[in-house]
Design a protein around this ligand. Structure first.
Ligand code: DOR
Length: 457
């Protein structure tokens, strides 16, 4: 009798979940399916027609919504420690979840730079206390830590090594081939790179120092200064057989070149480079549109979209790089490069979807499956049994106007202020916990460090 009761009890337990998501169109590896999702203990435990057979502590009615795997933004600058007047991990990750993002990789150009174990641990400790979603942090690749990168890149919570060939400073600037070779030769994980050629940037800077005209930003940091750096780093990585991830590709030349090097090299583009065009963006927004590498002319934006459509592009990353308005309004070129983007990444891409520039399946490939695939993120990137219940629920027909007031960033502005959007994130779920419900923050600060599949070299 007791055994029968235990059996019935265990069956009852099986049909009770922490969270049920009912009635949505769910984007799974099979495609778009009208199915329900149950999650318990932070992972997906059932998929299918669950209504009436399953009970749950929390239920989301997803009727009329599409349920995407959680969006992972693999390039953000959250400015903590040392620059938290611009942003910090709490405000940056709050913007992330309000924008439907469930995980982020944060960059090493903070103060102090993220070069050593203690720098990484300090960020992990801060995120453990105040991140709204899951996270990992890049270690900066530098001449000063190159010999230890094979150890450093495998520290818990490390997203891998990030190298700045240009557009950085001090120990984080690796603009010399010998230094780059040394960095590349220590480690096995895919290495992220900011590819601008520092020598060319230095040689060309007088163009803008004389004019002070931000409309010349993309002339100063011209196509060749990006393309030359990309050719260099791809050749250097090929010498050592190191896998590479080229961040924020901005030119047609790089995109067509990288399409011929896809065995070891992955490609990121940002929503800014897909949505803005020079010189219009500088005429309209001035230095608010200033970022490195720069937004360029239409032919380059069209080539980036070509890379989206033909599969060359692996991930969309926001390059969320906040500066205060006061800093941005300094006379160019003293104005810093960068703009907010983590909260607007998904709305902008949903609007591009609405306008027919990509499919929903491809968007999911770029914002969830892609990051998980190229960085080897454990248990994330798809809606499937046993995977983390990271879910981004969107209304493809919702119409909103992006407003500075909506932006959670401590810098408090977006270059898209006033832009009409069709397609919007409604609910955000991180490992089965509802963090945003009906566009309102409702959850707890409960982000966790992401884990990575052992690198198989
Ligand atoms: O525009 C940029 N701003 N590009 C970078 O690579 C760095 C970033 C920042 O941290 O401000």
């Amino acid at each position: 009798m007791k055994q029968a009761f235990r059996k019935i009890q265990s069956l009852a337990d099986e049909l009770h979940a922490d969270l049920l998501v009912l009635g949505g169109v769910v984007i799974t590896p099979n495609g778009a399916e009208q199915i329900d999702i149950a999650s318990s203990g932070g992972v997906i435990v059932a998929l299918g027609d669950l209504k009436g057979r399953w009970q749950a502590d929390q239920v989301i009615n997803a009727q009329g919504l599409h349920v995407l795997p959680g969006v992972i933004d693999s390039q953000v600058h959250f400015r903590e420690p040392g620059l938290s007047h611009k942003e910090d991990i709490e405000s940056g990750s709050r913007g992330a979840v309000l924008g439907g993002v469930t995980g982020f990789f944060e960059m090493p150009n903070t103060d102090p730079l993220t070069l050593w174990d203690a720098d990484l641990q300090a960020k992990l400790d801060a995120a453990d206390a105040k991140a709204w979603c899951d996270y990992a942090f890049y270690i900066g690749g530098s001449a000063v830590n190159a010999e230890q990168l094979d150890r450093l890149e495998n520290l818990p919570g490390c997203a891998g090594v990030k190298v700045f060939m240009g557009s950085s400073f001090g120990d984080l600037l690796a603009d010399d081939d010998a230094v780059l070779r040394n960095i590349l030769s220590h480690g096995h994980r895919r290495m992220a790179v900011h590819a601008e050629d520092e020598a060319l940037l230095k040689a060309r800077k007088q163009i803008v120092e004389e004019s002070g005209d931000v409309c010349q930003h993309h002339e100063w940091r011209n196509v060749e200064s990006a393309f030359k750096a990309t050719r260099r780093i791809v050749a250097l990585a090929a010498e050592s057989g190191r896998r590479l991830h080229v961040l924020h590709v901005s030119t047609a030349d790089e995109m067509r070149f990288l399409a011929r090097h896809k065995r070891r090299v992955t490609v990121e583009v940002t929503p800014h480079h897909l949505s803005m065009v020079a010189p219009d963006c500088y005429e309209m927004l001035g230095s608010l549109a200033q970022m490195n590498p720069p937004v360029r002319e239409l032919e380059h934006q069209e080539a980036l979209w070509e890379g989206i459509q033909n599969g060359t592009v692996d991930v969309i990353g926001s390059d969320h790089a906040p500066h205060t308005l006061e800093e941005k309004l300094r006379p160019y070129p003293q104005s810093p490069s960068g703009m907010t983007g983590v909260q607007t990444l998904l709305p902008l891409m949903l609007n591009h979807l609405h306008e027919g520039r990509l499919t929903l399946q491809r968007l999911v490939d770029l914002t969830s499956a892609g990051p998980a695939r190229i960085f080897g993120i454990e248990g994330k990137g798809r809606i499937a049994l046993g995977y983390d219940a990271d879910l981004t629920l969107v209304d493809l027909n919702a119409q909103r106007i992006i407003d500075n007031e909506w932006i959670a960033s401590r810098s408090g502005w977006t270059p898209y202020h006033g832009k009409k959007i069709t397609g919007w994130p409604i609910h955000t779920v991180v490992r089965g916990q509802i963090v945003v419900r009906d566009e309102v923050l409702v959850g707890e600060l409960q982000g966790k460090a992401m884990e990575f599949i052992e690198v198989i070299d």
